[in-house]
Structure formats: structure tokens, C-alpha cells
Ligand binder design. Structure first.
Ligand code: C5P
Length: 415
């Protein structure tokens, strides 16, 4: 039940006689703590009024692409599609299912479905012969192959008088399947992570910098894995050459350690992250007096004055909630365990991920990594050499186990 608390459900209601059951469905979802916005097709309004579903959901119901013809305003289907954690179409008619397969946009609901970045669940409802028709079977298969989850209709007496499969799944069952689906597919929805990634570039002049060889691969793999599990990720990225295309990832690109620090502090204060992960290879120092413009060869100084950069991870302690789970990375050139334990305490981390340049295939630039999870002197988990994606899964498992012991942090109540 708790899985639906705070989840944003766009409920699409289409023109089946079973549309009357969507009133019960809205109640089930709202009772379970979900926030529901209803989008009806014009056909659905023949069976149940927007007033009923608007009252039960507590939000205006949308059904037309144009909002107010006189005023020339339209319903923002993109906004609705992006708002939802899931779009649930229940009941879903053969007509809307076919429209989804073809990618048509001739109803507001279909345009929302085309714009939605979130997962889609459909609960078909139709007469037995329509449901068993090869066209419907093929359409449902096509939708399944695109990752749409289908809540199977039930067997029984149908409005047409026929007996068979096609009756909309009971609203309680739909709520239960949706809950199970959330648990399996987006167990960390509602939680937030703040991740720093990549190197920093500290200018010597307009074109030269002090930097390092960090590719950002490990941090990006972690950000993608957590986003796949439903987390919203503030990704503060130094200069990296990697895409992070996921709607759950909010990326800020920065250049220097000072910029990374400012962006991380801002995100921490704004969003009260449940997890902070410092994967960035932050430059320890910066040139104290960067030269304006490009210095000619002869004008470069013999010595560079250097100033120490702030420790971003340690500095975040003051800006994140007390029970935020903090993960640091330590790259050692030797075994590094003692140093990792000291860093863990100094930076106030719950976990240090330690990798060593002494290990073949580990560290900067590689697609593989070999890590130890240093929870404390008495708990050190060692892993084999594996892909950075697989390391990200291992870390996400630790984070997930930790987070699911408690509800997500409410940004305003904790700071
Ligand atoms: O002390 P060291 O640089 O080895 O610590 C590495 C860990 O601390 C990493 O998690 C890194 O992202 C973080 N760090 C930081 N700011 C710095 C230096 C390191 O956040 N200035």
C-alpha cells in the first residue's frame, strides 16, 4: 500500500462501459495516497461525467486538446506526460490501444501518452470477441514489446451479454498490480540523490588547466542505475564526454571545483537529498592567480601559485539532512584501506568505495572497476573486477536496502 503514497498517476479513462468503474479506481488510488490526474477521451464522457472523476481525484479533469477556445488556450499534454510517475489507462478500449500502437495523437490522452517519459500501464476492457480478435492481440503484444505493462482483463459476464474474457480488472486488483509494479520497477521513486561526477578543470589561463584523467564513467553509471530505480538525481558534472539521457536525471555542467561546490551546495539545500555520492575526482588545488586571456609561451610563470580547493563532500555535511546516506570514493595507488577509513571519518561518509590503481582494469578511463565497499573497519566487502555498470548495480543495492528502511526525506520538514 505504502508504495503508492505520493506517486503521481495520470489516469486515462476511455470510452468503455467499464468507465463507471474508474470512479472506484480513483478512490482506491487516492485512498492509497496517490495523486491522481484524470484524462478522459471524449468517448469516456458518454459513460461517466468529468465532474464525478474531478471531485473524487480532487483535480480538474482534462479531455480536450483545446482548453478554452475563446481564450485560445490548450491543455499542456507535455506537462501532464512529464508530471506522472506512471500513466495508467483503465479502462483501455481497443480503439485507444490501436491508437497507442500507431502513435496517433487524435485525443488528448493519446498525445499525453506520446509525450510521457514515464512508464505506461494499461487495463483493457472490451467485449470478448473484440478482446480475442487478432488485431487486439497483436496490438497488446506490440505494446508489451515496448515495455507497456498490461493488467489482464477478467473472465465473466460482459455488458454485451457474452461470457468470456474482457471485463475490466477489479479496481482493487488494478491498485494491487500497480503497487506490485511500482515495487518491482521503481522501488526508489520519491527518493533523491545528489551525485558529483567527472574531473574538474582549474584554469591556468584561458586555454590551459590543471585537471585529471577521470572519465566520469563510474559516476554516470551510478546516476543512470539510481534513476532507473526511480530516484531523482541531481548530477553535478565536471567536464565529461558522456550522455545522461534519463528524465530522472537533472544535470548541471560545471568546470571548476569552486563551481562544482557551489552547484552541489545549491542542490543540497534545495532538495534535501536522501543520498549523496561523491564520485568526482575533484582537483585538490587551483592556480591562485589564473592569467587573463591566453598567455604567450614566454609569459608563462616559472612557478604556479596554488590554492587548496574546498572538500566538496565534507562541506555537504552541513547542508544535507542528518540521516542522508553519504558515499565517498577513494582512489588509491596502493592498498589504500587505512587511508580510506580515515577519509570516511574525515568526510563524514557512511560508506567509502575504494579502488586501487594497483588493480589491472580499475580506476580512471577503464570501463571496468574493482572495488571494495568500506562500511567500517569491521565491514569491508570486496568485489571481483567487473563492468562499471555492474559496480553501479552493487552500490544501488546497498543504497536501496538502506533507504527502504525509512520513508523519503521531505525537503521542507528536515531543513
Ligand atoms: O581525499 P580524496 O580526494 O581522496 O577523497 C575522494 C572523495 O572525496 C571522493 O568521493 C571525491 O568526490 C571527494 N572529494 C570532494 N572534494 C574534494 C576532494 C575530494 O568532494 N575537493
Amino acid at each position: 500500500m505504502a508504495m503508492l503514497k505520493g506517486r503521481r498517476v495520470v489516469l486515462g479513462v476511455t470510452g468503455s462501459i467499464a468507465a463507471y468503474k474508474s470512479a472506484f479506481l480513483v478512490r482506491e488510488l487516492v485512498k492509497a495516497g496517490a495523486e491522481v490526474r484524470v484524462v478522459m477521451t471524449p468517448g469516456a464522457k458518454e459513460f461517466i461525467t468529468p465532474l464525478t472523476l474531478g471531485t473524487l481525484s480532487g483535480h480538474p479533469v482534462h479531455s480536450e486538446l483545446t482548453d478554452d477556445r475563446e481564450a485560445g488556450t490548450w491543455t499542456d499534454h507535455v506537462e501532464l506526460g512529464l508530471w506522472g510517475d506512471v500513466v495508467l489507462v483503465a479502462p483501455a478500449t481497443a480503439h485507444t490501444l490501436a491508437g497507442m500502437v500507431e502513435g496517433r495523437g487524435d485525443s488528448l490522452l493519446l498525445t499525453v501518452l506520446l509525450s510521457a517519459k514515464c512508464p505506461v500501464v494499461v487495463a483493457p476492457a472490451m467485449d470478448r470477441d473484440m478482446f480475442t480478435h487478432p488485431a487486439t492481440t497483436a496490438n497488446l503484444d506490440a505494446l508489451r514489446s515496448r515495455g507497456v505493462h498490461v493488467i489482464e482483463p477478467e473472465e465473466g459476464e460482459l455488458a454485451s451479454g457474452l461470457e468470456g474474457k474482457g471485463r475490466l480488472a477489479d479496481p482493487v486488483r488494478i491498485r494491487e498490480e500497480l503497487t506490485a509494479w511500482f515495487r518491482n520497477h521503481a522501488p526508489l521513486l520519491g527518493y533523491r540523490a545528489l551525485i558529483t561526477v567527472g574531473p574538474t578543470h582549474e584554469p591556468v589561463d584561458a586555454v590551459r588547466f590543471i585537471g585529471n584523467r577521470s572519465s566520469g564513467r563510474q559516476g554516470v553509471a551510478i546516476a543512470m542505475e539510481l534513476a532507473r530505480r526511480g530516484m531523482t538525481v541531481d548530477l553535478i558534472a565536471g567536464p565529461i564526454d558522456l550522455a545522461t539521457d534519463h528524465p530522472g536525471i537533472d544535470r548541471r555542467d560545471v568546470g571548476t571545483a569552486l563551481e562544482m561546490n557551489a552547484a552541489a551546495q545549491e542542490a543540497a539545500r534545495a532538495h534535501a537529498p536522501d543520498v549523496v555520492i561523491g564520485t568526482a575526482a575533484v582537483s585538490d588545488v587551483r592556480p591562485s592567480a589564473p592569467i587573463d586571456g591566453k598567455a604567450a609561451k614566454g609569459d608563462l610563470p616559472d612557478h604556479l601559485g596554488l590554492t587548496e580547493n574546498p572538500d566538496i563532500l565534507a562541506g555537504l555535511n552541513a547542508s544535507v539532512p542528518a540521516d542522508c546516506f553519504k558515499v565517498g570514493f577513494a582512489l588509491a595507488h596502493d592498498d589504500g584501506l587505512e587511508a580510506a577509513l580515515r577519509k570516511k571519518d574525515r568526510k563524514g561518509c557512511d560508506l567509502m568505495v575504494l579502488n586501487s590503481l594497483a588493480d589491472q582494469g580499475a580506476g580512471f578511463g577503464h570501463t571496468t572497476n574493482r572495488v571494495r565497499f568500506v562500511h567500517g573497519p569491521d565491514r569491508i566487502d570486496s568485489f571481483e573486477l567487473k563492468s562499471k555498470d555492474a559496480v553501479a548495480v552493487d552500490l544501488a543495492e546497498v543504497i536501496q536496502a538502506r533507504l527502504l528502511q525509512r520513508p523519503p526525506i521531505e525537503p521542507d520538514s528536515t531543513l
